[in-house]
Design a binder for this molecule. Structure first.
Ligand code: ACM
Length: 539
């Protein structure tokens, strides 16, 4: 053997040992994993299709994330995932780092145009013992996909002979796509004001359950919550109160932009609402020429509705509305502007109709699609405007007859501010008591005869007459908002209370980790202990 041949053989031997050694290390890890079943995981909303392969992907300190090059937004999605993995496991997972020594397992987030499922929010996850491949058409789809991944990473690492800690992710294939394109919640920041921080926390929770809209009810009789530079008294006067006599508050335009940007990073669209011509006392106190109810407006801290109205026959009122819609639209990248339009009990019907038709044109002029509560169905509005069904089937069906799309928020089923039962600490019950099962066991797809093809999606509104801090907000919103996420995302055939109830109980470690003060519904067996793979083994 020549020296050179000897060197070659030696290198080959070293390589062989290295490869075999590596394979064995990897195998040893995998073999030690208990059997898994991806179908049994705690995914909410439930994906379209889940095919388990009963192994484990070893998420550990040797895992790295890579994304498609030049795919818009994919690296941001990967970084978001790395941050959430760090929060859950403590692991520092590199993103798109060229040379990582000893790297063994990889998460690829791929832009792929050849997905079976079309649609911006579709994604596919292929999880094997060596890699996780997440394919999506867009960064939005990739973002929805990483929420699924976050949900199936175990809460605790498994015991292993290896010195490093491993979080085994169950293997298999997930193919997913939402049923409805609009999946929202609304937060009333007018009756009680909620800080930017509170709104961001709510956005974080919504994003985890694949919501894509947060509708902000920014104005009402008790408060005006968004800075309008051309009409400064709106916030100076109209923003100074709230229900119960507390100090109120408002978002500067910079703060609103911050909320919009925070939501956009989570692929959530903000829908701003300026409620009119009723629910306008705070505006009329600030600028009394707006008032149309014939009385001198005064600041209001009660909870009655239906007493205020704009003067619908004054040009100056429409000049004011034009400024408001222009300023808010300019800092709202989403396609929608919600004009309220509900409960205008002191506006004459013909004035109401005249008003809605005029305001629709203003919204369109500023490049937005108008949404209004179902009463707008009485006016001659365009098929492109959207009716927000909360109360009147008749109004919603009039909107359908005009070819309009409908957002489903029937108060009896979808209002987050309804009490769970008569013992609930917060909330009202004028529409119904809505326990956790009632909130889930109904079908927005076939409710009150509204045709499926007209349904844009579902929204769960949270009115804030009875809640004034984030803990109270969470008590009413959770767990019901989790169920509404499944009604919006998952097809009816794939929904089932018995399965949902178990998956919901298993959300407790996440909700606890996020310090969410959810209502511990007695219908649910809440998993208080930390998630553990061993427990799954015993099942
Ligand atoms: C509403 O609950 N007034 C829309």
């Amino acid at each position: 053997m020549t020296t050179s041949n000897f060197t070659k053989s030696f290198i080959a031997l070293v390589l062989f040992i290295a490869i075999v050694g590596c394979t064995e290390t990897k195998k040893k890890r995998v073999i030690n994993f208990p059997k898994t079943d991806l179908v049994m995981e705690n995914m909410i909303p439930k994906p379209l299709k889940v095919i388990p392969t009963n192994g484990g992907f070893p998420l550990d300190e040797f895992t790295a994330i890579y994304t498609s090059k030049n795919a818009t937004g994919f690296e941001a999605v990967a970084k978001f995932l790395a941050k959430k993995i760090k929060g859950k496991t403590g692991l520092d997972i590199p993103v798109n780092v060229g040379e990582v020594p000893n790297m063994e397992t990889v998460i690829y987030i791929n832009q792929s145009d050849s997905l079976d499922l079309k649609g911006d929010e579709a994604y596919q996850l292929y999880i094997t013992q060596d890699s996780i491949i997440l394919n999506a058409n867009t960064d939005e789809g990739a973002f929805r996909g990483i929420q699924t991944l976050r949900q199936i990473i175990p809460e605790t690492s498994t015991d292993t002979l290896a010195p490093n800690k491993i979080w085994p992710v169950p293997t298999g294939k997930i193919i997913d796509n939402p049923q409805f394109e609009y999946r929202g919640s609304m937060l009333d920041v007018a009756r009680h004001f909620f800080s930017v921080e509170d709104v961001k926390k709510y956005i974080d929770l919504l994003a985890y359950y694949k919501y894509n809209v947060l509708h902000l009810h920014l104005t009402d009789d008790q408060g005006w919550r968004i800075e309008i530079k051309s009409w400064p008294l709106l916030t100076e006067v109209g923003g100074s109160t709230e229900v119960g006599g507390e100090a109120g508050g408002f978002y500067t335009q910079e703060e609103y932009k911050d909320i919009v940007a925070y939501a956009a990073e989570r692929h959530i669209t903000i829908v701003p609402e300026v409620d009119m011509p009723g629910h306008t006392n705070a505006a009329s106190v600030s600028y009394p020429f707006l008032n149309g109810n014939g009385k001198k407006p005064e600041l209001y801290e009660g909870t009655q509705v239906g007493k205020s109205t704009f003067d619908t026959r004054k040009d100056t009122v429409y000049a004011f509305i034009d400024d408001v819609i222009r300023e808010i639209s300019a800092i709202t990248p989403g396609p929608y502007f919600h004009i309220g339009g509900d409960e205008s009990h002191v506006t004459k019907k013909k004035d109401y109709i005249y008003f809605v038709e005029k305001v629709e044109k203003i919204v369109q002029k500023h490049g937005k699609t108008m949404i209004g509560w179902d009463e707008i169905g009485q006016a001659d509005v365009a098929a492109s405007s959207i009716s927000h069904f909360w109360s009147s089937k008749k109004n919603a069906l009039s909107a359908v007859a005009k070819g309009m799309k409908i957002i489903m928020s029937p108060a009896k089923k979808a209002y987050l501010d309804m009490q769970y039962d008569s013992l609930s600490k917060h909330g009202l019950h004028w529409a119904a008591f809505i326990p956790t099962d009632t909130a889930y066991v109904w079908h927005p797809e076939e409710y009150e005869g509204i045709p499926l093809e007209n349904i844009l999606g579902i929204e769960a509104p949270l009115w804030s007459e009875t809640i004034s801090d984030i803990g109270e907000l969470e008590y009413l919103a959770f767990p019901r908002a989790i169920g509404y996420s499944e009604l919006g995302w998952t097809m009816k055939e794939n929904r089932d209370w018995e399965s949902y109830k178990v998956r919901l109980g298993n959300q407790a470690p996440f909700l606890d980790r996020m310090n969410v003060k959810y209502y511990p519904s007695p219908l649910i067996d809440w998993k208080k202990s930390k998630y553990s793979y061993k427990e799954i083994q015993k099942d």
